[in-house]
Ligand binder design. Structure first.
Ligand code: ATR
Length: 301
């Protein structure tokens, strides 16, 4: 059936020259990475393609072997494979080693290189929002995998950190595993209250506020959000979380979590292709794929 596609304009042809990239995840059907990367490839006129690969945990070794066997150029790695993939690779970058997780694999002459672009992506999105990290105090909520990359990036940029988690032991353990000015404690009303006004940046790395429990916030309702601080909520579904609304009510600026996804992707894109994609375009592509429900986007501008 003729669908009216104009060759070379709307159809993307995969040829013998096309370079293949993709993402290993489980599940992966809702990943926004394919639309982000394929849009950026098309925008830059690159004969590259990005494919979602549903890789069950048991199949990860075969999937990594397939990168080698099929000559796949680069792969993103997402939940639940970010740690399990490490022993299957040939080399790790210092960032991946320090964060203890790999989100990007690069095929090199020396074999498969495991990298982590979460920290660099996080740093770049703060830069885009004109936020200077050095000398600031950041209040980081949560102590899971995402927090580890955020903490690594902030300490490297010279911030002081207060790391609060529902399970305080997890925050204490994360703090012990890094070098720098970092205090760990419980994510409770009194502790948040005592640090709120001392912090210029608040980062939510917990999943609280994520769809469908959109009325929840990790920030206690009775504590005013610091109006001079910048909020970075890593939750992006929805973009306007309850926490974002708390920050807006206090007059604070915010960055939504889709920017983190975009910037870690843009860093991976750059590692694979050597080119800088348009992060605005990648954001629009991902936002549209999500349904573009929250039109209000503040990236500090
Ligand atoms: P990720 O890799 O996305 O960081 P994770 O490692 O599962 O995911 O971590 C999830 C984070 O959200 C943790 O800090 C978790 O707190 P606990 O360590 O106490 O489990 C936090 N989190 C999840 N649900 C939460 C809730 N209802 N209230 C507070 N924190 C919550």
């Amino acid at each position: 059936m003729n669908r009216g596609i104009v060759p070379g304009e709307t159809a993307r042809q995969v040829s013998g020259q096309t370079r293949i990239t993709g993402v290993f995840g489980w599940p992966v059907a809702h990943s926004l990475s394919p639309v982000m990367h394929n849009t950026a490839f098309a925008d830059l006129g690159l004969d590259w393609c990005y494919v979602p690969f549903a890789v069950a945990p048991d199949s990860l070794p075969q999937a990594v072997a397939a990168i080698r066997a099929l000559g796949i150029h680069g792969v993103n790695v997402t939940v639940p494979h970010k740690q399990a993939v490490i022993p299957l690779l040939d080399q790790l970058t210092p960032e991946a080693k320090a964060i203890g997780a790999v989100n990007t694999i690069l095929t090199t002459e020396a074999g498969l290189l495991g990298h982590n672009t979460d920290a660099a992506g996080f740093k770049r999105s703060l830069l885009q929002a004109n936020f200077e990290v050095r000398g600031k105090r950041a209040l980081v909520l949560g102590a899971g995998g995402a927090a580890r990359a955020v903490v690594y990036a902030l300490l490297r940029e010279g911030a002081s950190i207060t790391l609060l988690n529902r399970t305080p032991e997890r925050a204490v353990n994360l703090a012990k595993s890094v070098t720098g000015d970092i205090t760990a404690g419980a994510l409770d009303l009194a502790t948040v209250q005592s640090w709120a006004d001392k912090s210029q940046l608040v980062v939510n790395t917990t999943s609280v506020g994520m769809w469908p429990l959109v009325d929840a916030s990790p920030w206690p309702e009775s504590v005013p959000f610091p109006g001079d601080a910048l909020l970075y909520d890593l939750v992006y579904n929805p973009r306007r979380t309850r926490l974002v609304n708390q920050a807006l009510q206090a007059g604070a600026r915010y960055i939504d979590g889709l920017w983190m996804l975009v910037h870690q992707g843009a860093e991976a894109f750059n590692l694979w292709t050597g080119m800088h994609p348009s992060t605005e375009l990648m954001y629009r592509a991902a936002d549209q794929a999500l349904g573009g429900k929250d039109a209000a986007i503040s990236n500090g501008r």
